[in-house]
Design a protein around this ligand. Structure first.
Ligand code: PEP
Length: 256
C-alpha cells in the first residue's frame, strides 16, 4: 500500500508574524508543482502567526497544509492562555501536533492527556500528529521499544478504526531532537516498523494506512536516506524547517 508522505515543519517558538510570512513565501517559491504530487507539506507556525499564514496560503493558493503545534483538549472554558481546537479549525488548520516531547517534558503532558487532545482534534475535523519517542537513558537501558509502544497505545487510546488509519504518528527519539544527533536509518526503521505492528495489534488493517514520520535532527544530509525506509512516511522537521531552501530540499527528496 503506498502512503503519501507528509513532511511537516515545526517552527516551534520562532518567528514573529512578519518573519513567518516571509518564510512561507520563500518556501512556496522554492517548491515546484511536481513536488506536491509526491508529498504533502505542512507548516506549523506559533499560534500568533496562524491567521497571517492562513491568509497568505489562501490568497496565493499555496498548497501547504496548515498546522498547529498544540491545542487544549476542551472546546472552550476557563483555561487561561490556552487555545481550543475549535479556534484552530476556524482558521483552516487541519493538522495539530500533540504530545511533542518538549510538551511532555516541560509541561508534564501524559499519554492520557495526549489521547484526549488527539480525540478532540479529530472531533473538530482535523488530524492529530501524535509524537512519541524514548529518552537516551531509555534507549541505553534497552527499554526504547517498550516505552514507545506504551506511548503509542496510551496516546491513541479510544480512537476509532478510521481515526487510527488517519492519524499521523511522529517517532521522535528525544535525544535526537534539536541535538544534531540522528537515529541511524536502521534504528529509525526498526522503531517505525514496531509502531506499525502495534497499530496492527490495536486495529487491523489501520497499519497499512497510518503514516509514521521520523523526527529528530532531520536535515538535507540525512533526509533522503531516512525517508527511503519502508516504514517511514515522511518527517517532522524542527530546525531545518526554519530555512526555506533546506526544507524545500528535504521535501524534494521524498519519493513515494
Ligand atoms: C521537532 O521539533 O520535532 C524536531 C524534530 O526538531 P529538530 O528537527 O530541530 O530536531
Amino acid at each position: 500500500m503506498s502512503r503519501i508522505p507528509l513532511i511537516s515543519g515545526n517552527w516551534k517558538m520562532n518567528l514573529n508574524h512578519f518573519e513567518a510570512i516571509q518564510l512561507v513565501q520563500k518556501l512556496s517559491y522554492e517548491l515546484r508543482n511536481h513536488d506536491y504530487d509526491r508529498v504533502e507539506v505542512s507548516v506549523h507556525p506559533p499560534f500568533t502567526n496562524i491567521r497571517s499564514i492562513q491568509t497568505v496560503i489562501d490568497a496565493d493558493r499555496m498548497k501547504f497544509r496548515l498546522g498547529a503545534q498544540n491545542c487544549h483538549a476542551e472546546t472552550s472554558g476557563a483555561f487561561t492562555g490556552d487555545i481550543s481546537p475549535a479556534m484552530l479549525q476556524k482558521l483552516d488548520v487541519d493538522l495539530v501536533i500533540v504530545g511533542h516531547s518538549e510538551r511532555r517534558a516541560l509541561s508534564g503532558e501524559t499519554n492520557e492527556l495526549v489521547a484526549a487532545k488527539a480525540r478532540s482534534v479529530f472531533a473538530h475535523g482535523m488530524t492529530p500528529i501524535v509524537c512519541v519517542g524514548e529518552t537516551i537513558e531509555q534507549r541505553e537501558s534497552g527499554e526504547a521499544e517498550v516505552i514507545v509502544e506504551g506511548q503509542v497505545r496510551g496516546s491513541l487510546a479510544a480512537l476509532s478504526k478510521d481515526q487510527l488509519s488517519e492519524v499521523v504518528i511522529a517517532y521522535e527519539p528525544v535525544w535526537a531532537i534539536g541535538t544534531g544527533q540522528t537515529a541511524s536509518t536502521d534504528d529509525a526503521q526498526a522503531m517505525c516498523s514496531h509502531i506499525r505492528s502495534v497499530v496492527a495489534d490495536i486495529h487491523r488493517p489501520a497499519e497499512t494506512k497510518v503514516r509514521i514520520q521520523y523526527g529528530g535532527s532531520v536535515n538535507v544530509a540525512n533526509a533522503r536516506e531516512l525517508m527511503a525506509m519502508e516504514d517511514i512516511d515522511g518527517a517532522l522537521v524542527g530546525g531545518a524547517s526554519l530555512e526555506a531552501a533546506s526544507f524545500a530540499r528535504i521535501v524534494s527528496f521524498q519519493e513515494v
